[in-house]
Design a protein around this ligand. Structure first.
Ligand code: FES
Length: 153
């Protein structure tokens, strides 16, 4: 169930937007900020506040890779899976991440520490290959740099 705090923040987002529906991504971000992902019940209540059906909100939520419809780990790693990164080492970086973490893309480590997800272009193609961990962007990746970076988390 959506909490009072979430409700207030959602109402504030709806007020800022030109229409209720235009606030949908910001509303989902509010829910995700509080829960780390968007469970069905919260999505249904948010849809109700937006005057939308749960199916409409769900289709938007699943379209955006930064909105999570399943539980995620403490840290979310988004490894860029787009063309510039493919050309300069994506495969090695991805393989190394999967080996280090013992998981495949789309999975979370057993200790709940990391979730590894593929991402569309992160917008830093000239510095490929790239990944984000939570809000931190890392570029010019190599397997050994990935090791160093993971130590920080
Ligand atoms: S393709 Fe990876 S950052 Fe653009």
């Amino acid at each position: 169930m959506i909490t009072e705090i979430e409700k207030r923040e959602i109402e504030a987002e709806i007020k800022k937007a030109p229409t209720k529906k235009a606030a949908v991504i910001d509303v989902l971000k509010v829910v995700q900020k509080h829960r780390r992902w968007i469970p069905d019940e919260a999505l249904e209540e948010a849809a109700d506040m937006l005057g939308m059906t749960p199916a409409e909100v769900d289709s938007i939520a699943t379209f955006f890779s930064l909105i999570y419809r399943r539980p995620v780990g403490k840290h979310v790693i988004l490894v860029c899976d787009s063309v510039s990164c493919w050309l300069v080492g994506y495969e090695d970086v991805k393989q190394h991440l999967m080996e280090m973490l013992g998981i495949s893309l789309g999975e979370t480590t057993k200790d709940g520490r990391f979730t590894l997800l593929p991402s569309a272009c992160l917008g830093v193609c000239e510095e490929a290959p790239a990944m984000m961990i939570d809000d931190d962007l890392y570029t010019h990746l190599t397997p050994s740099l990935v090791d160093e970076i993971l130590q920080k988390y």
